[in-house]
Design a protein around this ligand. Sequence first.
Ligand code: M6R
Length: 364
Amino acid sequence: DKGNHRHFMEKEIHEQPEVISHTLAHYLDFVEGTTRALDLPFEFKNLDRIALSACGTAFLASSIGKYWFERLARLPVDADIASEFRYREMPLSKNSAALFVSQSGETADTLASLRYCRREGIPIGAIVNVRGSTIAREADVTLPTLAGPEIGVASTKAFTCQLSVLASLAVRAGVERGTISPEQERVLVRHLAEAPRYASQVLKLESQIEAVAHELARYRHVLYLGRDTNYPLAMEGALKLKEISYIHAEGYAAGELKHGPIALIDEKMPVIVIAPHDRIFEKTVSNMQEVAARGGKIILITDKKGAEHATINAMETIVLPDVPEIITPIIYSLPIQMLAYFTAVVMGTDVDQPRNLAKSVTVE
Ligand code: M6R
């Protein structure tokens, strides 16, 4: 049931404040300001590496998770595309653990990667949305995303719930490994707890984002740029746009611009820059200047401070609230999803059932 929404995707985008809140509550104790102890088949403090693998949007959530685990818990992570991981014969030490991320819990390549790790004898956790799914059953432990059923082929709420689980786990790992003090834990848990409220605020930008989508729908190619956790998010933005609007899009690390993609920039290729005002914001401003100097049109997604400090003439600026660093990937997912959604609506495509795609990819 779509309720009063035109598409399941729109409904699922709007459910995010609620389902993020449910998911976080499973991993965090908001009253105590602590992460919950989990019954895991390994101890974070004994690990030397985590292998994270998944497909599509779940892979991009994993890629953001890598930044969190490495930064907060000083724990190295390999984030892999499952179809590569399953054949790569990666050496796994006995002190590693594997985590698989999947909405459906049925993705063939992700399942095959899990079985590879099973043969290698390392402990296995699964971050899945569908309870009782094959991946959930074959893992040693299931770490649920509580997104509820996701019908739209384009993953939205499952993605932000995957991010919520990964962020919570990374904080927990940091606590157990002694890289996060009890005081820092309280601050991080408080910041994560604010995600649903900020997500609701961003949903109110709908009409502005819809107007930007009318502009975007005039182009055939779009480049997304970001640094740090906004780099995988740039790839997620590009994936979302291409799968439902059929506009060709690519996501790049902003620092890679001058190593190739800048050759593509002209007035026919808008560049969507995802850049909250963080410690590397100025670097991204330089990239935007490079784009502007070549006649490229910029759609900047930033916060209030970023909008003040961006010394470029953007075609459009989407201004989000200033949010704590740890939740930026969760909050910045929303305008990315809304932009893809409204662009597809303008293009008149089948938003919930895009051509050639299936919700669950159970064949290789
Ligand atoms: O069910 P899974 O999370 O394992 O699915 C993985 C991908 O097939 C999925 O995320 C796909 O990329 C989405 N259609 C993206 O919106």
